[in-house]
Design a protein around this ligand. Structure first.
Ligand code: NAG
Ligand code: NAG
Length: 260
């Protein structure tokens, strides 16, 4: 753009005016000299990343209702911190012993309710995002939703396979139902949501459990300041309903339906 402007500027006077040929020549000559510099400069400042690499912003673009927490200089450092919690042997032991039945039973209650309001059926192909050891996947399978799988940074077979929710390992229009209670762990909330909308089939449902009052998990990557900022991220879905729940420190359930 800049180069073109400069070129036309220098051409216009040189064809019309012959009053100041020396000045003009000097001008064009200096332009000519600066071209390589301009070119070099524009090459060096070309923005690159397709995948997120740094986290310099404090809020998501155009969405001040979601505050991104500082302290993740690179995507790698973010992943490392998430892994640190997920791989913690003590926590994993608790999740698979003390927490196991208790959590499955609560998840079963949530999913039963969704079954009775036709948001979920036994034949729904279902995904649980950020499922860790997979209690929610187990709950789905126990109530009859047999084609269910979870993803997390650390796999936990047979319920949970490896997958980053910022780039789901599934093709477009795969699932009828997606559930997650880890929205607060998303470093890129817009990516978290756009991946859900990509892998949901048209007409498919997404159920999120989120915290609207403060939550003090030091592994969270964002703070959600209201329902609207989250609704805004779902560009291809309708908000079906919002209700209060009591889900392991999360207080609000939002249900979205991907447009047909
Ligand atoms: C990961 O956790 C260990 C303790 O389990 C701690 O010593 C280490 O500093 C943590 N690393 C990061 C990057 O948080
Ligand atoms: C769904 O599966 C469960 C468990 O197998 C079963 O009890 C229930 O009747 C099924 N629901 C429908 C509507 O078929």
């Amino acid at each position: 753009m800049k180069l073109n402007n400069n070129q036309t500027q220098s051409q216009t006077p040189s064809t019309t005016s012959s009053l100041t040929p020396i000045l003009l020549r000097l001008f064009t000559f200096s332009l000519f000299l600066s071209l390589p510099l301009l070119l070099l400069f524009s090459l060096q400042t070309t923005p690159t990343p397709k995948t997120p690499t740094t986290t310099t912003t404090k809020t998501t673009r155009n969405n001040p209702g979601i505050r991104i927490r500082p302290g993740y200089p690179t995507y790698q450092s973010y992943i490392q911190k998430q892994l640190n919690k997920t791989l913690n042997p003590k926590l994993r032991h608790l999740w698979t012993t003390r927490d196991w039945d208790r959590k499955i039973s609560v998840f079963k209650t949530f999913f039963h309710r969704l079954q009775s309001s036709s948001i979920l059926s036994n034949s729904s192909k279902s995904l649980c995002i950020g499922a860790r050891v997979g209690q929610e996947v187990e709950a789905l399978r126990r109530i009859g939703v047999s084609d269910s799988i979870g993803i997390d940074l650390v796999p936990c077979p047979p319920l949970v396979m490896h997958g980053d929710f910022h780039r789901q390992p599934f093709s477009d229009n795969t699932f009828d139902f997606e559930f997650s209670n880890v929205f607060d762990h998303a470093l890129f909330p817009d990516k978290f949501v756009s991946e859900i909308e990509r892998t949901l089939k048209p007409g498919g449902f997404c159920v999120l459990h989120v915290a609207l009052s403060t939550r003090s998990d030091k592994y969270s990557a964002n703070d959600l300041l209201g329902v609207d900022p989250l609704v805004k991220l779902f560009r291809n879905s309708e908000l079906v309903r919002v209700k209060k729940v009591d889900g392991f420190g999360l207080d609000t359930e939002l249900i979205f339906r991907k447009k047909q």
